[in-house]
Write a protein that binds this ligand. Structure first.
Ligand code: FES
Length: 164
């Protein structure tokens, strides 16, 4: 269950909005940040405070690539599956990531670090092939540079806000 103060804050956001339904995605994101993904519980909480049906929330949640209905790893890799990024040279970039990390699309690595999700063009075509890792873009990728980036994340010290 979301904390009481969070619920009050989100209700306030909705009430102050001229068109409350326009807040749906913001509310879903806030819940996703809290739970780590949009769990069934979070989906029902969103429906309740927005006075919408769980089915309406589900339809929106499954429409957006960046809303996760299943638990994800610490680092979510959105691998661009757009046509400009197909010039990867090792088959598709999504296939390479899955092969390297030994996961299927949508799965999380056994160490809980990486989830691989394909996505449509991320608007970084001039730096194709490109991926997003936790919303940060990485471009001009090759198999070698992907390996280096993944290694950097594996060795990364947790940021201060992650250890608090
Ligand atoms: S097609 Fe990959 S960033 Fe645009």
């Amino acid at each position: 269950m979301m904390p009481k103060d969070m619920k009050e804050h989100l209700k306030e956001v909705i009430e102050q909005s001229e068109r409350p339904r326009e807040q749906v995605v913001n509310i879903i994101y806030a819940l996703q940040r809290h739970y780590g993904y949009l769990s069934d519980e979070a989906l029902h909480e969103a429906a309740e405070i927005l006075s919408m049906s769980p089915l309406e929330i589900e339809e929106l949640a499954t429409f957006y690539d960046f809303i996760y209905r299943k638990p994800v790893g610490k680092y979510v890799i959105h691998a661009c599956d757009g046509v400009v990024c197909w010039m990867f040279g090792e088959g598709s970039m999504v296939d390479y990531l899955c092969r390297t990390l030994q996961v299927k699309i949508g799965e999380t690595t056994a160490d809980g670090l990486f989830t691989v999700l394909p996505t449509a063009c991320i608007g970084y075509c001039d730096n194709a092939p490109a991926i997003l890792i936790n919303a940060k873009p990485y471009g001009n990728l090759t198999p070698d540079s992907i390996d280096r980036i993944l290694e950097t994340f594996r060795n990364r010290q947790p940021a201060l806000e992650e250890v608090r």
